[in-house]
Design a binder for this molecule. Structure first.
Ligand code: BTN
Length: 260
């Protein structure tokens, strides 16, 4: 059971448990007006990821939740970095107590993926409503693969779960409790941009890596080397053009893939 007492002392005011819903982010946008509301789904029929991709998750096996949080608009570029860092911290805490003896290395991948042993274990989809309001209602959707045993063929080479790596079932509710508690306990990091971003950078292996990069799902694929992630969240990539000359460009949105 999700520990409402523990979570309400952290800051959660209300929890919706939905056996099945199209998407917890969509539910949050249309049905929730209050601050600090958590929506927990057993199953999503139309879970969404970045770039309008679908986010598929077996019933009852994983975390599919959305947190509705009012935040100052000046935090807009930090929320994804903060949330992915929090998921990483919470998963490290949970698995450090795991007795299986299996090893797992959690890392972050720009802009907001959490990797376990180089495969994706969690993603964040943050959306905004009421463009003109401040503070703004942030719809923070978290997907974490906990007990998923297998993945659709097209993503099986790049997705993983706690169970796949550590070889044991984890309590989904315990993982939710830990992630949300960690989210509220560390909110001061949103006021400390350079510390937050340094913590994020310390948990990524991205620097100096050869990557392919796209700004959007269908845009041209660029290749280059990651040089820096700045405090404003921008990624600097040294791009090689067809004449083999190199220039450094900064991007604020997009997706990278490692070239092995
Ligand atoms: C990504 O990596 O592309 C982001 C995935 C975010 C998935 C979560 S699951 C809960 C919430 N509801 C959704 O429809 N999406 C997010």
């Amino acid at each position: 059971m999700i520990d409402f007492v523990k979570l309400s002392s952290s800051g959660i005011s209300k929890i919706f448990y939905l056996d099945s819903v199209d998407s917890t982010n969509k539910f949050a946008k249309t049905e929730v007006t209050d601050d600090n509301v958590l929506i927990v789904a057993g199953f999503q029929s139309k879970g969404r990821g970045r770039f309008e991709r679908s986010w598929q998750s077996d019933k009852g096996k994983n975390i599919t939740v959305t947190l509705v949080k009012m935040l100052d608009i000046s935090k807009v570029h930090l929320v994804n970095f903060y949330t992915s860092y929090i998921i990483l911290r919470a998963l490290k805490e949970i698995t450090s107590a795991n007795a299986s003896g299996s090893e797992g290395l959690f890392r972050l991948k720009w802009p907001n993926d959490v990797l376990l042993n180089s495969k994706k274990i969690a993603g964040v989809l943050t959306e905004l409503v009421n463009i003109n309001e401040n503070p703004k209602k942030f719809i923070i959707g978290l997907g974490v693969n906990v007990n998923q045993d297998s993945f659709p063929e097209e993503i099986s080479h790049k997705a993983t779960s706690l169970k796949k790596i550590f070889g044991a079932d984890f309590s989904v509710n315990e993982v939710i409790n830990t992630v949300i508690k960690c989210f509220y306990e560390n909110l001061m990091l949103l006021e400390q941009e350079s510390i937050l971003m340094e913590l994020w950078r310390l948990n990524t292996d991205i620097f100096g890596r050869e990557v392919s990069f796209r700004v959007t799902e269908n845009s041209e694929e660029l290749k280059g080397e990651v040089v820096e992630i700045a405090d404003d969240g921008g990624i600097k990539i040294k791009i090689s053009d067809n004449n083999n000359s190199k220039k450094i460009s900064t991007y604020y949105t997009g997706e990278i893939s490692f070239i092995y």
